[in-house]
Design a protein around this ligand. Structure first.
Ligand SMILES: Cc1cc2nc3c(=O)[nH]c(=O)nc-3n(C[C@H](O)[C@H](O)[C@H](O)COP(=O)(O)O)c2cc1C
Length: 316
């Protein structure tokens, strides 16, 4: 099939035959992935191929028991990766600057583009593919299992294999709802109703709201995933105000947070009456206060000073 036909008829495949990819196809789809464009040509991504069956089973379990992670011929994990870039600079005696937000942004983009190329190439060769965001149910455990160093965070899994089902293409929003011209055009109520009508078949119950609610409304999957993602992002160096050194120290004191703001909210919820920062020569000082007690911390950033005060509270 030509690549355009393949793109226009593509759909996720979740049932696979127990067959490997044909000789040479793995190399072809990986070559297609590596052809993807990347910001500044830096290729801020890695592809981790999971060939260990036991590891696959564990990742399938963490993704909510999705069988296709085990049954597909191949399981890849697409990784946003600025670790290799840091190593490359270090190799020539340079120090990478601190750019946690844009680092996360561009490395996720690069990883998504490489993954999309990989999937499209596989589909053009007649294979089926399905992305696996379910890995983000427990991103901290996934990062541990895969041995991800600082600067690397999982984007998503991606399974590829010989299809054992032939589902109809699934619905999409009408073009006019996703395409804006020259200026963003906000949605009229009738257009939103049109979106629900167009997407009705995305739900077995015939109402897209069930899907949107389950994932995105209060109490849904995304809200559940968010705190752990924040903690992992901070650990891996992608949080602007909660650097890995502070995150690690605070975690040793039972404070898991993805940002300084989250850390403060947790401390106040845990019964501290106040947290007072001051800037002093050479760094920051923080006082953690309870009615009869105050703990002092010092550091070269508010986060570090706060983590030191926490450690002092624990040992005091
Ligand atoms: C980032 C991402 C994560 C996804 N995660 C999963 C997943 O964990 N399990 C799954 O079966 N499908 C997953 N999907 C597939 C979507 O459910 C699917 O693309 C969507 O329902 C539209 O269906 P279609 O791809 O067949 O057109 C994911 C897709 C993307 C892009």
């Amino acid at each position: 099939m030509g690549i355009l036909d393949s793109l226009l008829s593509r759909r996720s495949i979740r049932r696979f035959k127990n067959e490997p990819l044909k000789n040479g196809d793995l190399e072809t789809i990986l070559a297609a992935a590596r052809r993807a464009p990347s910001d500044a040509g830096a290729q801020l991504y890695s592809i981790l191929r999971v060939s260990d069956p036991e590891l696959r089973r564990e990742l399938a379990r963490l993704s909510g028991g999705q069988k296709h992670l085990v049954e597909a011929a191949e399981l890849f994990v697409l990784l946003a990766d600025i670790h290799r870039l840091q190593r490359l600079l270090q190799q020539r005696g340079k120090r990478m600057a601190d750019w946690p937000r844009t680092g996360l942004h561009f490395s996720l983009v690069d990883a998504a583009l490489a993954g999309a190329h990989l999937a499209v190439a596989a589909e053009a060769l007649g294979y089926g593919a399905c992305w696996i965001g379910g890995l983000l149910n427990d991103p901290i455990e996934v990062a541990r299992l895969l041995g991800l160093p600082r600067g690397v965070i999982p984007l998503s899994g991606l399974v590829v294999g010989v299809p054992d089902e032939d589902p109809e293409p699934r619905p999409r929003l009408p073009q006019k709802l996703v395409l804006h011209e020259n200026r963003y055009h906000d949605y009229a109520s009738a257009e939103l109703d049109e979106a629900y009508s167009a997407m009705a078949k995305a739900s077995r119950r015939g109402d897209w709201l069930f899907v949107l609610e389950r994932y995105f409304a209060s109490g849904g999957t995304m809200e559940e995933r968010d705190p752990a993602y924040g903690v992992l992002a901070a650990r891996q160096g992608f949080a602007a105000d909660w650097p890995p050194s502070a995150a690690r120290l605070a975690e040793q004191e039972d404070l898991q947070a993805g940002s300084l703001g989250e850390a403060l909210a947790r401390l106040l919820a845990a019964g501290w009456r106040g947290v007072m920062f001051s800037r002093e020569e050479g760094g920051f000082t923080v006082w953690l206060e309870e009615e009869t007690r105050a703990e002092r911390g010092e550091g070269d950033s508010p986060a570090r000073a706060l983590a030191e005060a926490l450690a002092s509270a624990r040992s005091g």
